[in-house]
Ligand binder design. Sequence first.
Ligand code: H2U
Ligand code: ZN
Length: 346
Amino acid sequence: MIDYTEHPHKRFNPLTKEWVLVSPHRAKRPWQGQTEKNTEEQLPSYDPKCYLCPGNERATGGNVNDKYTDTFVFTNDYSALLQDTPEGELNDGLFVAKAERGMARVICFSPDHSLTIPEMSVDAIRKVVDVWANEYTELGKKDFINHVQIFENKGAVMGCSNPHPHGQIWSQSSLPNEVQKEQNSQKEYYDKNGTQLLSDYVKAELDKQERIVVENDTFVALVPFWAIWPFETMILPKRAVQSVKDLTDAEKTDFADIYKKLTTKYDNLFEVSFPYSAGIHQAPTDGQNHPEWYMHMHFYPPLLRSATVKKFMVGYEMMANAQRDITAEQSAARLRDLPLVHYKQK
Ligand code: H2U
Ligand code: ZN
Protein backbone atom coordinates (compact mmCIF):
# COMPACT_ATOMS: atom_id res chain seq x y z
CA MET A 1 0.00 0.00 0.00
CA ILE A 2 1.24 3.47 -0.82
CA ASP A 3 2.60 5.55 2.02
CA TYR A 4 2.48 9.25 1.14
CA THR A 5 5.35 10.00 3.57
CA GLU A 6 7.56 7.47 1.80
CA HIS A 7 6.67 6.68 -1.81
CA PRO A 8 6.83 8.89 -4.90
CA HIS A 9 3.42 10.27 -5.80
CA LYS A 10 1.70 13.12 -7.58
CA ARG A 11 -0.46 15.72 -5.83
CA PHE A 12 -3.16 17.79 -7.51
CA ASN A 13 -3.52 21.54 -7.15
CA PRO A 14 -7.26 22.22 -7.54
CA LEU A 15 -6.64 25.96 -8.01
CA THR A 16 -4.41 25.63 -11.05
CA LYS A 17 -5.36 22.06 -12.05
CA GLU A 18 -1.66 21.24 -12.21
CA TRP A 19 0.21 18.37 -10.58
CA VAL A 20 3.35 18.31 -8.46
CA LEU A 21 5.60 15.25 -8.23
CA VAL A 22 6.53 14.47 -4.61
CA SER A 23 9.55 12.24 -3.91
CA PRO A 24 9.73 11.91 -0.09
CA HIS A 25 12.23 9.03 -0.19
CA ARG A 26 14.79 11.46 -1.64
CA ALA A 27 14.50 13.73 1.40
CA LYS A 28 16.02 10.86 3.40
CA ARG A 29 19.35 11.64 1.76
CA PRO A 30 21.76 12.72 4.52
CA TRP A 31 20.45 16.05 5.79
CA GLN A 32 23.38 18.29 6.65
CA GLY A 33 20.84 20.72 7.97
CA GLN A 34 23.32 23.39 8.97
CA THR A 35 22.00 26.90 9.35
CA GLU A 36 24.38 29.42 7.86
CA LYS A 37 25.24 32.01 10.45
CA ASN A 38 23.87 35.41 9.79
CA THR A 39 26.50 37.47 8.03
CA GLU A 40 24.12 40.17 6.87
CA GLU A 41 25.36 43.63 7.55
CA GLN A 42 23.14 45.96 9.52
CA LEU A 43 21.59 48.53 7.18
CA PRO A 44 21.19 52.18 8.18
CA SER A 45 17.66 53.44 9.01
CA TYR A 46 18.14 56.11 6.38
CA ASP A 47 20.26 55.72 3.27
CA PRO A 48 20.85 58.99 1.40
CA LYS A 49 21.38 57.00 -1.83
CA CYS A 50 18.15 54.96 -1.56
CA TYR A 51 15.47 55.97 -4.08
CA LEU A 52 12.73 54.77 -1.70
CA CYS A 53 13.80 56.54 1.50
CA PRO A 54 11.70 59.58 2.60
CA GLY A 55 12.59 62.89 1.00
CA ASN A 56 15.03 61.32 -1.46
CA GLU A 57 15.11 61.79 -5.19
CA ARG A 58 14.10 58.76 -7.22
CA ALA A 59 16.18 57.23 -9.99
CA THR A 60 14.31 59.29 -12.57
CA GLY A 61 15.23 62.95 -12.56
CA GLY A 62 12.76 65.21 -10.85
CA ASN A 63 10.60 62.85 -8.76
CA VAL A 64 11.11 63.29 -5.03
CA ASN A 65 9.54 61.09 -2.34
CA ASP A 66 7.36 62.67 0.35
CA LYS A 67 8.92 62.90 3.79
CA TYR A 68 6.54 60.08 4.70
CA THR A 69 6.23 58.70 8.22
CA ASP A 70 4.46 55.35 7.70
CA THR A 71 3.67 54.16 4.16
CA PHE A 72 4.17 55.85 0.79
CA VAL A 73 2.70 54.96 -2.60
CA PHE A 74 3.74 56.25 -6.01
CA THR A 75 3.23 55.33 -9.64
CA ASN A 76 6.14 53.18 -10.85
CA ASP A 77 8.54 55.34 -12.83
CA TYR A 78 9.28 52.36 -15.09
CA SER A 79 5.77 50.85 -15.31
CA ALA A 80 5.46 47.65 -17.30
CA LEU A 81 1.88 48.67 -18.06
CA LEU A 82 0.72 52.07 -19.25
CA GLN A 83 -2.61 53.91 -19.16
CA ASP A 84 -2.40 55.39 -22.60
CA THR A 85 -1.59 52.30 -24.66
CA PRO A 86 -3.47 52.49 -27.99
CA GLU A 87 -6.14 49.91 -28.78
CA GLY A 88 -5.09 47.05 -31.03
CA GLU A 89 -5.58 43.38 -31.77
CA LEU A 90 -3.80 40.90 -34.02
CA ASN A 91 -5.59 37.76 -35.15
CA ASP A 92 -3.51 36.29 -37.93
CA GLY A 93 -3.77 32.52 -37.65
CA LEU A 94 -1.17 31.45 -35.13
CA PHE A 95 -0.08 35.05 -34.58
CA VAL A 96 -2.35 36.46 -31.89
CA ALA A 97 -1.69 39.61 -29.89
CA LYS A 98 -3.65 42.27 -28.05
CA ALA A 99 -2.95 45.69 -26.57
CA GLU A 100 -2.94 45.78 -22.77
CA ARG A 101 -3.60 48.84 -20.61
CA GLY A 102 -2.75 49.19 -16.95
CA MET A 103 -1.01 51.03 -14.16
CA ALA A 104 1.79 50.01 -11.81
CA ARG A 105 2.44 51.36 -8.33
CA VAL A 106 5.21 51.01 -5.76
CA ILE A 107 4.44 50.91 -2.00
CA CYS A 108 7.07 51.72 0.61
CA PHE A 109 6.10 49.72 3.70
CA SER A 110 8.06 51.85 6.16
CA PRO A 111 10.25 54.97 6.17
CA ASP A 112 12.93 52.87 7.95
CA HIS A 113 15.36 51.57 5.32
CA SER A 114 16.69 48.85 7.66
CA LEU A 115 13.40 47.08 8.42
CA THR A 116 11.57 44.16 6.86
CA ILE A 117 7.98 43.03 7.52
CA PRO A 118 8.85 40.60 10.37
CA GLU A 119 10.73 43.39 12.15
CA MET A 120 7.86 45.91 11.85
CA SER A 121 5.09 46.26 14.46
CA VAL A 122 1.63 44.84 13.75
CA ASP A 123 0.30 48.44 13.82
CA ALA A 124 2.78 49.46 11.14
CA ILE A 125 2.01 46.40 8.98
CA ARG A 126 -1.70 47.13 9.42
CA LYS A 127 -1.05 50.43 7.58
CA VAL A 128 0.34 48.39 4.68
CA VAL A 129 -2.86 46.32 4.64
CA ASP A 130 -4.86 49.57 4.56
CA VAL A 131 -2.83 50.77 1.57
CA TRP A 132 -3.50 47.46 -0.21
CA ALA A 133 -7.25 47.81 0.43
CA ASN A 134 -7.25 51.39 -0.76
CA GLU A 135 -5.18 50.72 -3.90
CA TYR A 136 -7.30 47.68 -4.79
CA THR A 137 -10.41 49.85 -4.47
CA GLU A 138 -9.13 52.91 -6.30
CA LEU A 139 -7.34 51.11 -9.14
CA GLY A 140 -10.22 48.64 -9.42
CA LYS A 141 -12.71 51.48 -9.96
CA LYS A 142 -11.04 52.49 -13.22
CA ASP A 143 -12.90 51.24 -16.28
CA PHE A 144 -9.73 49.87 -17.91
CA ILE A 145 -8.58 47.98 -14.79
CA ASN A 146 -10.09 44.53 -14.29
CA HIS A 147 -7.36 42.98 -12.20
CA VAL A 148 -5.12 44.28 -9.40
CA GLN A 149 -2.03 42.23 -8.55
CA ILE A 150 -0.43 43.15 -5.23
CA PHE A 151 2.95 41.52 -4.64
CA GLU A 152 6.23 41.68 -2.77
CA ASN A 153 9.64 40.54 -4.01
CA LYS A 154 11.95 40.14 -1.06
CA GLY A 155 15.69 39.57 -1.28
CA ALA A 156 18.26 40.00 -4.01
CA VAL A 157 17.93 36.30 -4.93
CA MET A 158 14.32 37.08 -5.98
CA GLY A 159 15.45 39.97 -8.15
CA CYS A 160 14.47 42.62 -5.63
CA SER A 161 16.30 45.79 -6.59
CA ASN A 162 16.46 47.49 -3.18
CA PRO A 163 16.45 46.31 0.46
CA HIS A 164 14.16 49.18 1.52
CA PRO A 165 10.90 47.43 2.59
CA HIS A 166 8.53 47.77 -0.33
CA GLY A 167 6.01 46.01 -2.52
CA GLN A 168 4.42 46.57 -5.88
CA ILE A 169 1.01 46.61 -7.56
CA TRP A 170 0.49 45.89 -11.23
CA SER A 171 -3.07 46.46 -12.41
CA GLN A 172 -4.37 45.76 -15.88
CA SER A 173 -7.31 45.19 -18.24
CA SER A 174 -7.20 41.40 -18.46
CA LEU A 175 -6.66 38.56 -16.03
CA PRO A 176 -3.04 37.37 -15.95
CA ASN A 177 -2.35 33.64 -16.46
CA GLU A 178 -2.13 32.46 -12.83
CA VAL A 179 -5.27 34.34 -11.87
CA GLN A 180 -7.18 33.11 -14.90
CA LYS A 181 -6.47 29.50 -13.84
CA GLU A 182 -7.73 30.21 -10.32
CA GLN A 183 -10.73 32.07 -11.70
CA ASN A 184 -11.76 29.10 -13.83
CA SER A 185 -11.32 26.55 -11.04
CA GLN A 186 -13.07 28.59 -8.38
CA LYS A 187 -16.00 29.38 -10.69
CA GLU A 188 -16.38 25.76 -11.72
CA TYR A 189 -16.27 24.61 -8.08
CA TYR A 190 -18.73 27.25 -6.90
CA ASP A 191 -21.21 26.51 -9.69
CA LYS A 192 -21.08 22.81 -8.86
CA ASN A 193 -21.04 22.94 -5.04
CA GLY A 194 -22.44 26.32 -4.05
CA THR A 195 -19.44 26.90 -1.76
CA GLN A 196 -16.00 28.39 -2.40
CA LEU A 197 -13.22 25.92 -3.18
CA LEU A 198 -10.90 27.59 -0.67
CA SER A 199 -13.62 27.87 1.95
CA ASP A 200 -13.97 24.09 1.93
CA TYR A 201 -10.19 23.69 1.74
CA VAL A 202 -9.51 25.91 4.80
CA LYS A 203 -12.16 24.07 6.80
CA ALA A 204 -10.62 20.72 5.91
CA GLU A 205 -7.08 21.90 6.76
CA LEU A 206 -8.18 23.33 10.13
CA ASP A 207 -9.85 20.01 10.76
CA LYS A 208 -6.82 17.86 9.84
CA GLN A 209 -4.18 20.11 11.52
CA GLU A 210 -1.40 18.53 9.45
CA ARG A 211 -0.19 21.48 7.42
CA ILE A 212 -1.05 24.49 9.63
CA VAL A 213 1.92 26.76 10.38
CA VAL A 214 0.26 29.41 12.54
CA GLU A 215 -3.21 30.88 13.04
CA ASN A 216 -5.04 33.68 14.84
CA ASP A 217 -8.76 34.41 15.34
CA THR A 218 -9.59 35.10 11.70
CA PHE A 219 -6.56 34.02 9.61
CA VAL A 220 -4.49 30.91 9.03
CA ALA A 221 -1.08 30.29 7.42
CA LEU A 222 -0.47 26.81 6.03
CA VAL A 223 1.67 24.82 3.64
CA PRO A 224 -0.76 23.82 0.90
CA PHE A 225 -1.13 20.09 0.23
CA TRP A 226 0.05 20.78 -3.35
CA ALA A 227 2.98 23.10 -2.49
CA ILE A 228 5.80 23.20 -5.05
CA TRP A 229 8.48 25.32 -3.34
CA PRO A 230 10.09 23.65 -0.27
CA PHE A 231 8.63 26.18 2.18
CA GLU A 232 5.73 27.48 0.11
CA THR A 233 2.80 28.75 2.17
CA MET A 234 -0.56 30.44 1.86
CA ILE A 235 -2.23 32.94 4.17
CA LEU A 236 -6.02 32.68 4.09
CA PRO A 237 -8.87 34.30 6.01
CA LYS A 238 -11.08 31.84 7.92
CA ARG A 239 -14.21 33.06 6.15
CA ALA A 240 -14.93 33.64 2.47
CA VAL A 241 -13.80 37.18 1.65
CA GLN A 242 -13.38 38.26 -1.97
CA SER A 243 -10.77 40.97 -1.50
CA VAL A 244 -8.77 42.94 1.08
CA LYS A 245 -11.31 45.72 0.86
CA ASP A 246 -14.02 43.40 2.21
CA LEU A 247 -12.06 42.52 5.37
CA THR A 248 -13.43 43.86 8.65
CA ASP A 249 -11.29 46.13 10.78
CA ALA A 250 -10.37 43.24 13.10
CA GLU A 251 -9.56 40.98 10.12
CA LYS A 252 -7.23 43.59 8.63
CA THR A 253 -5.28 43.66 11.89
CA ASP A 254 -5.25 39.86 12.00
CA PHE A 255 -3.94 39.81 8.42
CA ALA A 256 -1.08 42.10 9.51
CA ASP A 257 -0.49 39.89 12.56
CA ILE A 258 -0.25 36.64 10.61
CA TYR A 259 1.94 38.25 7.91
CA LYS A 260 4.36 39.20 10.68
CA LYS A 261 4.17 35.79 12.37
CA LEU A 262 4.73 33.81 9.19
CA THR A 263 7.64 35.95 7.98
CA THR A 264 9.21 35.82 11.46
CA LYS A 265 9.15 32.03 11.29
CA TYR A 266 10.62 32.24 7.79
CA ASP A 267 13.53 34.39 9.03
CA ASN A 268 14.05 32.05 11.98
CA LEU A 269 14.28 28.96 9.75
CA PHE A 270 17.85 29.65 8.62
CA GLU A 271 18.45 32.76 10.77
CA VAL A 272 18.64 34.93 7.71
CA SER A 273 16.32 37.49 6.11
CA PHE A 274 14.26 34.93 4.19
CA PRO A 275 13.73 35.76 0.50
CA TYR A 276 10.42 35.12 -1.23
CA SER A 277 7.92 36.32 -3.77
CA ALA A 278 4.52 36.82 -2.21
CA GLY A 279 1.29 38.09 -3.69
CA ILE A 280 -2.41 38.43 -3.00
CA HIS A 281 -4.93 36.79 -5.28
CA GLN A 282 -8.38 38.32 -5.09
CA ALA A 283 -11.53 38.87 -7.12
CA PRO A 284 -11.23 40.60 -10.49
CA THR A 285 -12.32 44.27 -10.49
CA ASP A 286 -14.49 43.87 -13.59
CA GLY A 287 -17.69 45.16 -12.02
CA GLN A 288 -19.18 41.64 -11.84
CA ASN A 289 -20.12 39.72 -8.71
CA HIS A 290 -17.58 37.07 -7.82
CA PRO A 291 -19.10 34.89 -5.07
CA GLU A 292 -16.71 32.11 -6.15
CA TRP A 293 -13.67 34.12 -5.03
CA TYR A 294 -11.81 33.58 -1.77
CA MET A 295 -8.88 35.96 -1.30
CA HIS A 296 -5.53 34.51 -0.26
CA MET A 297 -1.83 35.31 -0.26
CA HIS A 298 0.82 32.98 -1.73
CA PHE A 299 4.43 32.85 -0.54
CA TYR A 300 6.97 31.29 -2.88
CA PRO A 301 10.39 31.18 -1.15
CA PRO A 302 13.32 29.72 -3.10
CA LEU A 303 15.48 28.46 -0.20
CA LEU A 304 15.79 24.73 0.34
CA ARG A 305 18.35 23.60 2.89
CA SER A 306 20.12 26.68 4.19
CA ALA A 307 20.56 30.37 3.57
CA THR A 308 22.71 29.50 0.57
CA VAL A 309 21.14 26.33 -0.83
CA LYS A 310 18.33 27.33 -3.14
CA LYS A 311 15.91 25.15 -5.02
CA PHE A 312 16.27 25.52 -8.77
CA MET A 313 13.22 25.03 -10.95
CA VAL A 314 15.26 23.54 -13.78
CA GLY A 315 15.67 20.30 -15.70
CA TYR A 316 12.62 18.12 -15.06
CA GLU A 317 10.69 21.08 -13.62
CA MET A 318 11.25 23.19 -16.73
CA MET A 319 10.69 20.37 -19.18
CA ALA A 320 8.02 18.32 -17.48
CA ASN A 321 6.56 18.94 -14.05
CA ALA A 322 7.13 20.69 -10.74
CA GLN A 323 8.77 18.36 -8.19
CA ARG A 324 9.68 18.41 -4.50
CA ASP A 325 11.40 16.08 -2.01
CA ILE A 326 10.44 17.16 1.53
CA THR A 327 6.69 16.77 1.91
CA ALA A 328 4.30 19.64 2.61
CA GLU A 329 3.62 18.07 6.04
CA GLN A 330 7.33 17.98 6.95
CA SER A 331 7.79 21.61 5.89
CA ALA A 332 4.72 22.69 7.86
CA ALA A 333 6.01 20.90 10.98
CA ARG A 334 9.41 22.59 10.71
CA LEU A 335 7.86 26.05 10.31
CA ARG A 336 5.27 25.40 13.04
CA ASP A 337 7.99 24.47 15.55
CA LEU A 338 9.95 27.70 15.04
CA PRO A 339 9.61 30.52 17.59
CA LEU A 340 7.48 33.63 16.99
CA VAL A 341 10.25 35.83 18.35
CA HIS A 342 12.53 37.08 15.59
CA TYR A 343 16.11 35.79 15.85
CA LYS A 344 17.49 39.33 15.83
CA GLN A 345 15.41 40.07 18.94
CA LYS A 346 16.78 37.10 20.85
P1 H2U B 1 11.61 45.63 -7.05
O1 H2U B 1 12.62 45.87 -5.99
O2 H2U B 1 10.65 44.55 -6.69
O3 H2U B 1 12.26 45.45 -8.38
O4 H2U B 1 10.72 46.96 -7.14
C1 H2U B 1 11.25 48.24 -7.29
C2 H2U B 1 10.38 48.98 -8.28
O5 H2U B 1 10.59 50.37 -8.13
C3 H2U B 1 10.73 48.65 -9.72
O6 H2U B 1 9.56 48.15 -10.36
C4 H2U B 1 10.56 51.00 -9.37
C5 H2U B 1 11.15 49.98 -10.32
O7 H2U B 1 10.62 50.16 -11.61
N1 H2U B 1 11.32 52.23 -9.28
C6 H2U B 1 10.68 53.44 -9.51
O8 H2U B 1 9.50 53.46 -9.84
N2 H2U B 1 11.39 54.61 -9.37
C7 H2U B 1 12.71 54.68 -9.06
O9 H2U B 1 13.24 55.73 -8.93
C8 H2U B 1 13.48 53.42 -8.89
C9 H2U B 1 12.72 52.14 -8.92
ZN1 ZN C 1 15.60 53.34 1.81
